[in-house]
Write a protein that binds this ligand. Structure first.
Ligand code: NDP
Length: 455
C-alpha cells in the first residue's frame, strides 16, 4: 500500500518539529500540521517569552544594587507596551526560524488543525484526508482553569503575554512552576502580587528545604504568599475598573484585585483528536498512554511531549521526538532517558534541581545530607539579606550524589553543570577532589565538609 507520507506529525512545538526534521533528514517524506503558531508552548507562550519577562523584571533590583555599588542609578517607568511589542517581534522571528528549518529539511507544512482519521490517516480542517505510514501526536498541553472559574474573565499563563496594560494588583492562584515564576516576574515589574496556594508549601515535589527557601525569598521580595488558602468565589466587575475582581477565599478574607491569574496546572491537548476512536488508550486527564518508545496502543501512532504527561519539559519532548525518529526512520533504536532530568524554576532567586529530594532519598536508603546557606558576595555587598541555599543528597552505601538542589541567582545555569557530574555517577568524593573556582557561589558545592544530617 502506498501512503502520501512516511510520517505525519500533528503539532508544531519543540518536540514535533524535532521529530519531523530528524525523520526528513533520514530521508522520510514528512508532513506536519499546526493549527496555531509554529513553535508551540515553549516558543510562543511559555519558556521563551517567560524568560524574557524574567530578565525584564530583574532590572529594578539590578538598579538598586547598582546604587549600592556606588552608581547614581534610578529606575524610570517600565513601558509594558514597548516591551510587549519587542517581545512579540522576537517571537515572530523565532517562529519564522522554526518554519524555515522545517522547510529546509523538506517537511510539508499544513497550517491547519489535523485529527486522526484512522491508524494511518489524518484529516485536515478542510476535510482533506491524508495517509501516512506513521503518525506522531505532539500536540502538547494547555492551561487548566477549574470549571467554576473558567467562564470568568480571569487569565491563564497564555494571556499574560498579551495583556494590554499591567494590572496594579493581581491574584495568582496555584503553587507550581508557573504560579511562582509569574508571581516573581509581576512583582519585579511593580505589580502588587498576592498568591494563594491551597497546600502547606509551594512547589510540591521539590526538596522541602528548597521550597521553604524560595517561599521566604518571595515573601521578603514583596509577594503576599497565602499558604493553605484557596479561592471560594470570584465576582467580576466591569472591565477596566480598579479592583475589578472581588475574591472570597478559604481564610475567610475578601480581597479585591485588578486581575486574577489561574496557574492551576496544565492538561494534555488530546481532546477531539480522534485518538480513542482508533484504539489509542488514554490516561488521566486525557494523557496519551505510551510505552518507553513513545508508541501508543496503535503501533502506527506514537506520541511525545506534554500530551503524554510524562516529564513536561521542552528538552524532554525534544529528546522523545529525536528518539522516535532515530528509531523509526534512522534504524538506530533509542529511547529518551527520563532519569536524572534537571530543571529550574525561574523564580527570583531561581531553584535548580536534579535527582532525588532529601525526602525521596530518605524513603529509599540511608543518606548523608550536605547543605549550606550563606549570603552571596554580590548581594551581601549590596545590603540584601537574601541567602543562597545548596544541598547535596548522598547515598551512604555508595557515596554517589543522588540529588542536588540550589536556590540562588543563576541556579538554572549551575544545576545544568552539576547535572552532568551527577548523571555520570559522581560521588561526594569526586565533588570534594574538584578544586573550587573562587570566588563564586558554586564553589560551595565542592567545599561542604561534614554532613548536616544523616540517616
Ligand atoms: P503544576 O502542576 O506545577 O502546578 C499546578 C499548581 O496548581 C499546583 O500548585 C496545584 O496544587 C495547583 N492546583 C491544581 N488544581 C487546582 C485547583 N483546582 N485549585 C487550586 N489549585 C490547584 O503546573 P504548572 O501549570 O505550574 O506547570 C505545568 C508544568 O509545566 C510543570 O509541571 C512543568 O513541567 C512545566 N513548566 C516548567 C517550567 C520550567 O521548567 N521552568 C516553567 C513552567 C512550566 P497542588 O500542588 O496542591 O496539586
Amino acid at each position: 500500500m502506498s501512503f502520501d507520507y512516511d510520517l505525519f506529525v500533528i503539532g508544531g512545538g519543540s518536540g514535533g518539529v524535532r521529530a519531523a526534521r530528524i525523520a526528513a533528514m533520514e530521508g522520510a517524506s514528512v508532513a506536519l500540521a499546526e493549527e496555531d503558531r509554529m513553535g508551540g508552548t515553549c516558543v510562543i507562550r511559555g519558556c521563551v517569552p517567560k524568560k524574557l519577562m524574567v530578565f525584564a523584571s530583574g532590572f529594578p533590583r539590578a538598579i538598586e544594587d547598582a546604587r549600592a555599588y556606588g552608581w547614581d542609578a534610578r529606575a524610570g517607568r517600565f513601558d509594558w507596551p514597548a516591551f510587549r511589542t519587542k517581545l512579540h517581534a522576537e517571537l515572530d522571528r523565532l517562529e519564522g526560524i522554526y518554519r524555515s528549518n522545517l522547510e529546509k529539511a523538506g517537511v510539508t507544512i499544513y497550517d491547519s488543525r489535523a485529527t486522526v482519521a484512522g491508524p494511518q490517516a489524518v484529516r485536515l480542517q478542510d476535510g482533506r484526508q491524508i495517509t501516512a505510514r506513521h503518525i506522531l501526536i505532539a500536540t502538547g498541553g494547555r492551561p487548566f482553569i477549574p470549571d467554576e472559574f473558567a467562564d470568568l474573565p480571569v487569565m491563564s499563563s497564555n494571556d499574560v503575554f498579551l495583556m494590554e496594560a499591567l494590572p496594579r494588583s493581581v491574584l495568582i492562584v496555584g503553587g507550581g512552576y508557573i504560579a511562582c515564576e509569574f508571581a516573581c516576574i509581576l512583582n519585579g515589574l511593580g505589580v502588587e502580587v498576592t498568591q494563594y496556594y491551597r497546600g502547606a508549601q509551594i512547589l510540591r515535589g521539590f526538596d522541602d528545604e528548597a521550597r521553604g527557601h524560595v517561599a521566604q525569598s518571595m515573601m521578603a521580595d514583596g509577594v503576599t504568599l497565602c499558604l493553605g488558602t484557596d479561592v471560594l468565589d470570584i465576582e467580576a466587575g466591569a472591565e477596566g475598573t480598579a479592583g475589578r475582581f472581588t475574591v472570597r477565599s478559604t481564610d475567610g478574607q475578601e480581597r479585591r484585585f485588578d486581575a486574577v491569574l489561574f496557574a492551576t496546572g496544565r492538561r494534555p491537548n488530546s481532546e477531539g483528536l480522534g485518538l480513542e476512536e482508533v484504539g489509542v488508550r488514554m490516561g488521566r486527564f486525557g494523557a496519551v498512554e505510551v510505552d518507553a518508545s513513545s508508541q501508543t496502543a496503535v503501533p502506527t501512532i506514537h506520541a511525545i511531549g506534554d500530551v503524554t504527561d510524562r516529564i513536561n519539559l521542552t528538552p524532554v519532548a525534544i529528546r522523545e521526538g529525536q528518539a522516535f525518529s532515530e528509531t523509526v526512520f534512522g534504524g538506530r533504536p533509542s529511547r529518551a532517558d527520563h532519569d536524572l532530568v534537571p530543571s529550574a524554576v525561574f523564580t527570583q532567586p531561581e531553584l535548580g534541581s536534579v535527582g532525588l529530594t532529601e525526602e525521596a532519598a530518605r524513603s529509599r536508603e540511608p543518606v548523608d545530607i550536605y547543605a549550606t546557606s550563606f549570603r552571596a558576595m554580590h548581594s551581601a555587598f549590596a545590603g540584601r539579606s537574601d541567602r543562597v541555599m545548596m544541598k547535596l543528597v548522598v547515598s551512604q552505601a555508595t557515596g554517589r550524589v543522588l540529588g542536588c538542589h540550589i536556590v540562588a541567582d543563576h541556579a538554572g545555569e549551575m544545576i545544568q553543570l552539576a547535572a552532568i557530574a551527577i548523571k555520570m555517577g559522581a560521588t561526594k568524593a569526586d565533588f570534594d577532589r574538584t578544586v573550587a573556582v573562587h570566588p563564586t557561589m558554586a564553589e560551595e558545592l565542592v567545599t561542604m565538609k561534614a554532613p548536616v544530617r544523616s540517616g
